[in-house]
Design a protein. Structure first.
Length: 337
């Protein structure tokens, strides 16, 4: 009997997994139905008005940028000196902006796939991360608690092989489900944008950016699944993973963050796992720390610092890999009875 096939059948037969899939479909359907009900195809008058307002907003941005340059050169009119301008005029340079105002920004009640695809994808990734963690924890935790692993070892007495098959089956199944769910999810909202809203700006940069977020999200889902699996293996119960996650959120993300702010620690966000998750998913995250400007004597210091995806991914891999390796080492030696 093929071990991976047997594990796949056991995984798909679990009621908790089936319930989570139903919840995923339900959340997907509610989001799509709400979007469809709250959107409409704009008429010609709405489009013309929105395009005029977008052009006016772009002109205002260019005017403000030129006034900022004039202030630096000392040629700004006296009546305009009271207006606020940043120290560095490049911050408001329209050419440097990630996105300029477009007509869709001035069409309330109209769904734009180009604008809303990324936030919608973030929502799906968040659900899939939760799905992977809970399924991974319950999959191995229930077997360890009920004695299913012991029965499995009677005909396949190789602990590392059995645990590796369980983990590999879990990650493969979660990856396939995440791929199918994300394709169906984005395709549905693309159809809504075409039929009951606006497609938006769907150029090559848009699809590359969305694909990058999707790829990072899939990696995050797999890491969350492996993490839930590893913690439940170490604790020999599903509740061990749930308790560890709750304890981390309450004790560290909330409690320790508050303490670090009280003692005025430098760059406390670097110590938070949520910061690394956000940096990995978005490519870079920026945080504020008042201490960044202390002793600098630089009027241009804004107190912000960044965290890029490379160190964030390294932290996530070290934590997940370390706990997974520990789970295999403990599972190999301890008594399962």
């Amino acid at each position: 009997m093929n071990l991976v096939r047997a594990e796949l059948e056991r995984l798909s037969a679990r009621r908790f997994v089936q319930l989570m899939v139903v919840l995923l479909v339900f959340a997907f359907a509610v989001t799509a139905a709400t979007t469809l009900a709250g959107s409409h195809k704009p008429n010609a008058d709405e489009l013309n008005s929105a395009q005029a307002r977008a052009a006016e907003a772009r002109n205002d941005m260019e005017t403000m940028f030129q006034q900022c340059l004039a202030r630096q050169n000392g040629t700004l009119g006296q009546g305009e000196m009271d207006r606020y301008f940043p120290q560095d005029c490049s911050e408001i340079d329209p050419i440097r902006q990630e996105q300029l105002p477009i007509a869709a920004d001035f069409l309330p009640g109209v769904f734009s796939f180009g604008q809303q695809a990324r936030p919608l994808l973030y929502f799906l990734i968040a659900f899939l991360v939760l799905f992977g963690f809970l399924v991974g924890a319950s999959y191995i935790g229930a077997d360890l608690n009920s004695g299913g692993v012991v029965n499995l070892l009677l005909w396949r007495p190789r602990r590392v092989t059995v645990l590796a098959a369980k983990l590999g089956t879990l990650l493969g199944a979660v990856l396939v489900l995440a791929l199918l769910a994300s394709v169906a999810y984005l395709a549905t909202f693309w159809v809504i944008g075409q039929t009951a809203g606006l497609p938006g700006r769907l150029d090559g940069d848009f699809w590359r950016s969305l694909g990058a977020v999707h790829g990072r999200g899939l990696v995050l889902v797999l890491l969350a699944s492996a993490l839930g699996f590893a913690i439940a293996t170490l604790g020999r119960h599903t509740s061990a993973a749930l308790g560890a996650a709750a304890a981390y959120l309450v004790v560290w993300e909330l409690g320790a963050r508050l303490v670090l702010e009280i003692v005025d620690a430098r760059r406390p966000d670097h110590l938070m796992l949520s910061s690394h998750v956000g940096a990995w998913l978005t490519g870079e995250a920026r945080f504020f720390d008042a201490q960044e400007c202390r002793g600098e004597g630089d009027s241009l210091c804004d107190g912000f610092y960044g965290l890029t995806w490379q160190p964030a991914l390294l932290v996530l891999l070290v934590i997940t890999g370390g706990l997974t390796a520990a789970a295999f080492a403990v599972f190999r030696r301890r008594d399962l009875i």
